[in-house]
Ligand binder design. Structure first.
Ligand code: 2P0
Length: 334
């Protein structure tokens, strides 16, 4: 009998961004990236290779059956797991998330990290974390990093084996303040936006070539406990990524007027002496890197300056977890 396995993974926010694929099938990125896994941003996913429903995979996300690309990505990922594990049966997959989908909070990162862990274990594979991060990468690039907690580096690599994530040393007490400005579904998917930036933006090569320097600076700052240096390089890397995508043809503008207002609010806080540096992903929302000890103060000041926004504090979170009660189920799955 095939048992169900449940896994959960947190979302992550990149300080040094992944933006562009060198290989779209293997999901190899053009640059290495660095992220912080956040707490309280779980996606929990249960998988059983139980035959699915009507000879197809039965998938629900937050109780709803996904269609189109969202469904295809999950099925394609299950096909990869079936191929690797030598399983032929269709699966039942149920996923629930506390993260708003497609709102720039990296929902696919937690989603595919949890799916990789649950599906591989349900199919009878027993992967170590590095192998899990390689597998999660095939679902979504940012999921590579959500296998691990805290500060995480994704090595770009140049083939399947060399492109994986691992935790890195962090001597800084960091936190993130998330400024939610809009829940609206983004108009251009990350996958499409990356492709267009890579293919058409004259600024993209400059961002890529500077990215290695940014990563080295960020890693050195994290090791040295230098939050201002880490914040400056993270903000610069994110603004550079957006400059490159704004210069694509046609330009991709994820920012709303409130996004610009939030960027100015973060700068105003810095001028008042508070530690606050902004980063923005494939959406209008702004995340603020700050220190753990001053995160609540930074959040309170941002609420004053941005009355329409929902502002919350996230601290470093844990990596992927497989439900302990189900961990012994793998022997049943052959
Ligand atoms: C990141 N983002 O490093 C970057 C920065 C958004 C901006 O990874 O095509 O959903 O599934 O590999 O991982 C969002 O893109 O894209 C992302 P796919 P993904 O976090």
């Amino acid at each position: 009998m095939m048992r169900a396995v449940t896994a959960r993974a947190n979302s992550n926010i990149a300080l040094i961004k992944y933006w562009g694929k060198a290989d779209a099938v293997l999901n190899l990125p053009t640059t290495s990236s660095l992220s912080l896994t956040l707490d309280h941003t779980w996606t929990t996913t249960t998988v059983a290779f139980d035959g699915g429903q009507g000879d197809a995979d039965a998938v629900t996300i937050n109780g709803t059956v996904p269609t189109g690309t969202a469904r295809e990505r999950v099925v394609r990922f299950l096909d990869l797991v079936r191929e690797r594990a030598g399983v032929t049966r269709r699966a039942t997959v149920a996923s629930t998330s506390t993260v708003p989908l497609a709102a720039g909070l990296a929902s696919s990162a937690a989603g595919f990290a949890a799916l990789a862990a649950a599906a591989s274990r349900a199919a009878g594979m027993d992967l170590d974390e590095r192998s899990l991060s390689r597998l999660a990468r095939r679902g979504s690039g940012s999921a590579t990093r959500s296998i691990f907690g805290g500060l995480v580096q994704w090595h770009a690599g140049d083939d399947d084996a060399s492109s994986y994530a691992e935790p890195v040393a962090c001597a800084v007490d960091v936190a993130m303040v998330v400024i939610m400005l809009s829940n609206a579904r983004k108009s251009v998917s990350s996958t499409e936006a990356m492709r267009r930036t890579l293919d058409t933006s004259p600024l993209y090569p400059a961002w890529v070539s500077h990215s290695r320097e940014d990563l080295d600076s960020a890693l050195a700052a994290a090791r040295a406990g230098d939050l201002p240096r880490l914040g400056e390089v993270a903000e610069g890397n994110a603004l550079g990524m957006h400059a490159a995508m704004i210069a694509a043809r046609p330009g991709i503008i994820y920012w709303l007027p409130d996004t610009v207002a939030a960027l100015h609010a973060v700068r105003a806080l810095r001028e008042e002496g508070l530690p606050a540096w902004a980063t923005i992903d494939a959406g209008p929302n702004v995340k603020v890197l700050t220190s753990g000890s001053q995160a609540e103060e930074v959040a309170a000041r941002l609420r004053e300056r941005l009355p329409g926004a929902t502002v919350s504090v996230r601290r470093p979170g844990a990596g992927v977890q497989i439900d302990a009660g189900e961990a012994g189920a793998r022997e049943d799955a052959s």
